[in-house]
Design a protein. Structure first.
Length: 553
């Protein structure tokens, strides 16, 4: 298997403009859907809400029963199931058109795992088996029987259903025939809903892999191994399969051969289905994580260009009308603008800083162009960062700008179309240790200084040996010059000089150097003279010994 992993870690909490949020009384983990111009979301409080996509104001609500599963928008209606055993159809303004309870003795269902809809019928996977229902809510038949088993949510083909049961992925026809069962070597299928795309079905499993099987035969196409369970539903688009893993990464692999294009690294498990969209004019996939964050990842490079926040695990997102909309286990539904945003890549959340200059870096995106990134420390003034095509950078003098203990660094983007609005700006919280000792600088010079010739002064951090940026260097009483990592110069006159290097958070460092005259090095002359003396002495002493020996004879 060919692997090309691009591991990218963005640790800061990052927010584009928060357009609106809506609060329910239960976790909102399933993906929102658009229905008749409203954003429909299901909450564990047993209610489906219809929200205005521009404002988040509730248009309607309908009680359907505790812990509803994923909503499906089809046939100008919403179909859903509840984990407790109901299947429900909602019509205009959320009005309940019918409700079928499978938690009765005739069906022996105590838990529904999900439903799927095709042009003619509904398929239901439940602990006691797989059911087919008519679109009027009538149960047509039970095409597979199980004894209190755990099944995956189903995927519906034109006249068949595919679902996982234990270590098997099963295809069944609407008449109950079973053309194939694909068996895993280890692990099982669970929460990942199979996704049918053309002649291939894709499904994640607890063997730490995303699998691809031929829909006609169940034969293996490929399997991509991750470092933990794959329980999220994949998104298949334009020849690429996007999916999350419990290893904390979001993957993009070629749908045909499973070649890993990139893997974008987050902090914790990713169990949601990615959603395609735009962020600041870039084509991205959005994915929610259990680290209370939602990510926007550029589809071509795997670069995380934005990271939005919640106060609990984030559900599968929806991209609609220049907004990314998602629910959270905190009971809220969030809508963030996708026109512009920034992210903080360093320092990470919770970092402990001392007296060294703090380098804050990040990414920014802008749909309108002409973007400027502004940075704020605690509640101080907004200051402009240095921006490039690759990102932005801002320097903080801890002694002057940070308070002892907790500090909050925030950023926002302003562009030709406007600016981000608070109070939810991009932010990261750090701890400043104002009592930390100053560090030492290590200086080195190479080659040996000679008048009129270039030599380089290298400046390194005595703590870890890394090169040092933005230091001031001076020679004797000369003016200080700012440089990064090293400084190359020449000195016209021979003699002894003192180099002084200063850097925020470090003790001043000094070093004496001797600049030799050009031509023959005096040291070489002295060494040559000494060598001649030694040779003369050796010849003379030998001559004297020989003369003395001759006289004795």
């Amino acid at each position: 298997m060919r692997h090309a992993l691009l591991l990218l870690l963005v640790l800061a909490v990052s927010n584009a403009s928060l357009v609106w949020e809506f609060t329910s009384d239960g976790a909102v983990s399933s993906k929102p859907v658009i229905y008749q111009g409203a954003v429909a979301v299901a909450s564990d409080d047993g209610i489906v809400y219809g929200l205005d996509p521009a404002t988040g104001v509730r248009r309607w609500q309908t009680a359907v029963g505790k812990r509803p599963n994923e909503l499906i928008s089809a046939d100008n209606a919403i179909y859903l199931s509840t984990s407790s055993g109901k299947v429900v159809k909602l019509g205009a303004n959320g009005a309940k058109q019918w409700e079928t309870n499978l938690n009765v003795s005739a069906y022996n269902v105590s838990r529904i795992y999900g439903i799927a809809v095709n042009a003619r019928e509904l398929f239901v996977t439940a602990n006691s088996g797989v059911f087919i229902m008519e679109k009027d809510g009538t149960v047509r038949s039970k095409i597979a029987a199980f004894n209190d088993s755990v099944l995956s949510p189903p995927a519906a083909g034109a006249d068949y259903v595919i679902y996982g049961s234990g270590g098997q992925l099963i295809r069944q026809s609407e008449t109950g025939q079973t053309p194939w069962k694909a068996q895993l070597d280890e692990g099982s299928f669970w929460l990942s809903r199979p996704t049918i795309e053309g002649t291939v079905v894709y499904a994640g499993a607890l063997d730490d892999k995303m699998h691809a099987f031929f829909t006609a035969t169940g034969g293996d196409v490929w399997a991509v191994r991750t470092r933990n369970w794959v329980v999220g539903t994949p998104l298949v688009q334009a020849g690429v399969v996007y999916f999350g893993s419990n290893d904390g990464s979001i993957y993009a692999v070629d749908s045909g051969d499973g070649f890993v294009r990139w893997a974008a690294r987050t902090q914790l498990a990713v169990q949601t289905q990615p959603e395609s969209g735009l962020m600041g004019g870039r084509t991205v996939v959005f994915a929610g994580g259990t680290d209370k964050s939602i990510y926007a990842i550029e589809t071509e490079t795997g670069e995380i260009v934005w990271k939005g926040s919640s106060t609990a695990s984030v559900g599968s997102p929806l991209f609609y009308q220049n907004k990314v909309i998602f629910g959270s286990d905190d009971g809220k539904v969030y809508a963030y603008s996708t026109e512009r945003a920034c992210s903080i890549t360093s320092p990470p959340e919770g970092a402990i800083t001392g007296l060294k200059e703090l380098v804050v870096t990040g990414k920014h995106v802008s749909e309108a162009g002409g973007a400027t990134v502004l940075v704020q420390v605690n509640s101080g003034e907004w200051m402009q960062a240095n921006t490039t095509d690759d990102g932005w950078i801002f320097y903080i003098n801890p002694k002057a700008m940070l308070a002892p203990g907790l500090n909050v660094i925030s950023c926002q983007v302003a562009d030709a179309g406007g600016s981000e609005s608070g109070p939810a700006y991009t932010s990261v919280s750090i701890n400043h240790d104002s009592a930390a000792p100053l560090s030492d600088l290590v200086l080195a010079v190479s080659p040996e200084p000679i008048e009129g010739r270039n030599f380089t002064v290298y400046v390194n951090d005595g703590d870890d040996g890394s090169t040092v940026d933005r230091f001031n260097i001076s020679f004797g009483d000369g003016a200080a010059i700012m440089s990064d990592k090293n400084y190359t110069t020449s000195i016209a006159s021979p003699g002894e000089y003192v180099i002084t290097v200063k850097k925020i958070g470090f003790n001043d460092a000094t070093m004496k150097i001797n600049v030799n005259a050009s031509g023959v090095n005096p040291l070489y002359i002295a060494a040559g003279v000494l060598l001649i003396i030694i040779l003369v002495w050796q010849v003379w002493t030998r001559f004297l010994r020989q003369k003395f020996a001759a006289r004795k004879k």
